[in-house]
Design a protein around this ligand. Structure first.
Ligand code: NAP
Length: 292
């Protein structure tokens, strides 16, 4: 069994990005600039945004944080987005999700200029990715592709089972793994909460991606010998052993499943660090005007 170390790969990719930024700057171009909009004070969102800003510093990007109180109106948020869309000094920006209930998230996502949508959530980017055109790829699926690439894991002709069909993980990942490319050319099965044959599907899978948010859902008797298992799940489970009072737990019963696997990602330290790195890659592409 080989552990797929997302932390190590993420550090490598950030260093590669930093080298490219240093080159851009040496050529007299400005460093890419990522802006983030954060609404409210949710602990998880605060941490994610802080980590993104930290990663920008490592990559040599400029970053800006625009904060709003939980009570911000949709109109105010749309005005801020319009400002960032028009700002020639901002290459890409994100609006940290989730947003308060009185704000229509889809409206916010669609208000972002797709040429600055470094989260890859705008329908234009989703659609372009789906038909294989250059686009900003959704961060978590792109991070998973990068892990498969770095560990040289074969996907062509392989059966990939993805558990979960969300718009940010399951669906875009399924599309990417079907591309005529590497990683890609896989036979992809997507299962969800209405699927009745998840165990049988998983037992025939060469690669299983768990993205459902149910701690320890994937058990040892659902995995064939030599499979690759990618665990996207990150659920905060209460714990007396940590200072924060919770433990990030994956969707895979790791201790039981790992001995059967050729490759497996841990939680934490697997897919998570790669998600931020994908955002950094998209920002680099935005700064270099490499896609649009
Ligand atoms: P989501 O939007 O809640 O979607 C979950 C998916 O799992 C849905 O398609 C749902 O089916 C399916 N599902 C739920 N229970 C199931 C069950 N018992 N059997 C089969 N399928 C089931 O979740 P998400 O946003 O994709 O996130 C999934 C997990 O990944 C969460 O733990 C999240 O925190 C984590 N995540 C981690 C990262 C990272 O960077 N590491 C990034 C994104 C997400 P239905 O469609 O039928 O409801």
């Amino acid at each position: 069994m080989q552990l797929i170390d997302g932390k190590v790969v993420a550090e490598q990719v950030k260093q590669e990005i930093a080298a490219e930024v240093a080159q851009m700057v040496a050529q007299g171009r400005r460093a890419p600039h990522l802006a983030a909009i954060l609404v409210g004070h949710d602990g998880g969102s605060e941490t994610y945004v802080a980590n993104k800003i930290k990663a920008c510093a490592v990559c040599g990007f400029k970053s800006s944080l625009i904060r709003f109180e939980e009570t911000v109106s949709e109109a105010e948020l749309l005005a801020a987005i319009d400002g960032l869309n028009r700002d020639p000094e901002v290459d890409g920006f994100i609006v940290q999700l989730p947003l308060p209930k009185h704000i229509d998230e889809q409206k916010i996502v669609e208000a972002i200029d797709y040429r600055k949508d470094v989260d890859g959530f705008h329908p234009v980017n989703v659609g372009r990715a789906c038909i294989g055109l250059p686009s900003f790829l959704s961060a978590t699926p792109a991070g998973i592709l990068e892990l498969l690439r770095r560990y040289k894991i074969e996907t062509a002709g392989k059966h990939v089972v993805i558990i979960g069909r969300s718009n940010i993980v399951g669906k875009p990942l399924a599309n990417l793994l079907m591309r005529k490319d590497y990683p890609g050319n896989a036979t992809v099965t997507v299962v969800h909460s209405y699927s009745t044959d998840i165990k049988q599907q998983c037992l025939s899978a060469d690669i299983i991606v768990c993205a459902l948010g149910r701690p320890h859902f994937l058990k040892e008797d659902m995995v064939k010998e030599g499979a690759t298992v990618i665990d996207v799940g990150t659920t905060r489970v209460p714990s007396t052993l940590t200072k924060s009072g919770f433990k990030l737990t994956g969707d895979v019963d790791f201790d039981a499943v790992a001995p059967k696997c050729a490759y497996i990602t841990p939680v934490p330290g697997g897919v998570g660090p790669m998600t931020i790195v994908s955002l950094m890659k998209n920002t680099l592409l935005a700064g270099a005007k490499a896609i649009y």
